[in-house]
Design a protein around this ligand. Structure first.
Ligand code: GDP
Ligand code: IMO
Ligand code: MG
Length: 440
């Protein structure tokens, strides 16, 4: 099967975890290329809820390999805790996880620096997940980060921790924060090293060799296109490239290895944290989406801001990632609505805009123009076939396809693996549907 990238087309939480979990049945390897434990991917398997933050969402299929690329930032404690939770659920982890030696490590000072930076921003705070993600990527770009490979040589690790903490203590002290003890931090990370070192490898070499052996890879995106540090609504973004380009830099594979791209798109829009959100709903319809969609952050528990589907935003994501096919998630949340709004353009300073602008000062002022669509007013949760879905729902799908110029190939109608409708014709060249269906 083709190597497939699965990427979020909005501000994250599109339901990537659910889609990747069941698609993983068709692949040999699932590889994360960016982000860290800021991600929260909720997966349900036979009524059992599992929230994955750092470990790829292929881990629940016993024989799949899960790879954490150099583009990911790894908090060793978070990684080990997640591993432990999975073991307690009876998931077999042995020899199934690989971490890149070049992945940067999150240290205790990163979350503290993030807290100071967020406080300094005041009303303009980003509303980060407080996991130390941004400051870790800052150290990477400043060429002073500590990488997973450094855990393999304790004298190097000791020296790097000492140098970093000397500098960070200066910053923490100047903001009246307690200073860190480099020896304590080293001892803590030495313990992690002994538990993690067996997973550390040259991921670029590993993946390319596997691909040569005809193993197939599902590239797992975290966050979403509009949170990408280059292509998102900067500065209200995360600190990594969540879009397609991040696959190559974040795993050390060439662009020819991405043979297919599937966007994951929620039937409405959500956003956690600060930043512009043109189609945000402030009335009881927003509350309905929040409640029926259970839109609370999987990582921080924060309520997600809810809004209507924004075709400008999703078309933009299709352009940036080269998406021609999408998986549409959570339309069941809108089952009860009389009418559904879909944003088809923005009015800005008297003109109509049809392409998504990423500048916050523009997005803050645009007035969305909507097309009203009749609701289907019935439960679609148990439907298994596209043509059994209500015709009003199929009209809604067609409307979205026309607006974003991409085909809907998967419709997710609930949280469980089996709550899924496949448009088989569109998927047959990409995935082995028999294998996927066998594990639903
Ligand atoms: P991710 O970060 O993109 O993996 O998405 P999250 O897991 O953070 O958020 C998606 C939430 O919606 C999770 O709680 C899923 O269990 C749930 N979910 C996924 N697909 C569907 C769906 O089609 N319908 C409903 N009702 N819930 C869904
Ligand atoms: P998944 O993979 C939704 C948001 C934060 C904040 C901004 C920056 O579950 O879709 P960070 O801690 O990354 O520096 O925060 O990005 N954010 C997410 N929002 N889903 C996510 O991941 C997110 N990861 C980060 O809320 O606005
Ligand atoms: Mg999430």
């Amino acid at each position: 099967m083709a190597n497939l990238l699965v990427v979020g087309t909005q501000w994250g939480d599109e339901g990537k975890g659910k889609i990747i979990d069941f698609l993983a049945a068709s692949f040999d390897i699932v590889a994360r290329y960016q982000g860290g434990h800021n991600a929260g991917h909720t997966v349900y398997v036979k009524g059992q809820k599992v929230v994955l933050h750092l470990i790829p969402s292929g881990i629940l299929h016993n024989e799949k390999l899960c790879v954490i690329g150099n583009g990911v930032v790894v908090h060793p404690k978070a990684f080990l805790e997640e591993l432990q939770e999975l073991k307690e659920l009876g998931v077999n982890i042995d020899d199934r996880i690989v971490i890149s030696k070049n992945a940067h490590l999150i240290l205790p000072y990163h979350a503290q620096v993030e807290k100071i930076n967020e406080e300094k921003r005041g009303a303009k705070k980003i509303g980060t997940t407080s996991r130390g993600i941004g400051p870790c990527y800052e150290d990477k770009a400043a060429r002073q980060g500590i990488r997973a490979g450094d855990l393999l040589d304790l004298s190097i690790l000791r020296e790097k921790i000492k140098e970093n903490i000397e500098e960070k203590n200066f910053y923490l002290g100047s903001h009246n924060r307690p200073r860190l003890d480099p020896i304590e931090v080293f001892e803590e990370y030495k313990r992690y090293a002994s538990q993690i070192k067996k997973y550390i490898k040259d991921v670029s070499l590993f993946l390319n060799e596997k691909i040569k052996e005809k193993k197939s890879v599902l590239f797992e995106g975290a966050q979403g296109t509009l949170l990408d540090v280059d292509h998102g609504t900067y500065p209200y973004v995360t600190s990594s490239n969540s879009t397609a380009g991040g696959v190559c830099t974040g795993l050390g594979v060439g662009p020819d290895k991405i043979e297919a791209v599937l966007g994951v798109t929620k039937a409405y829009t959500t956003r956690v944290g600060g930043g512009p959100f043109p189609t945000e709903i402030f009335d009881d319809k927003g509350k309905l989406l929040l409640e029926r969609g259970n839109e609370f952050g999987a990582t921080t528990g924060r309520p997600r801001r809810c809004g209507w589907f924004d075709s400008l935003a999703v078309s933009y994501a299709c352009r940036v990632n080269g998406i021609q096919k999408i998986a549409l998630t959570k339309p069941d949340v809108m089952d009860e609505l009389e009418e559904i709004m879909v944003c088809v353009g923005y009015k800005y300073k008297g003109d109509m805009i049809r392409h998504f602008p990423t500048e916050t000062w523009v997005l803050d002022k645009v007035v969305p123009r909507y097309k009203k669509i009749k609701g289907w007013k019935t439960s679609i949760h148990k439907e298994k076939d596209f043509f059994s879905l209500p015709s009003a729902f199929r009209d809604y799908v067609k409307c979205i396809e026309d607006l974003i110029q991409a085909k809907v190939t998967i419709i997710s109608t609930g949280m469980e693996r089996e709550d899924t409708v496949f448009i088989e014709e569109e998927l047959k060249d990409w995935i082995d549907l028999e294998k996927v269906k066998a594990e639903l």
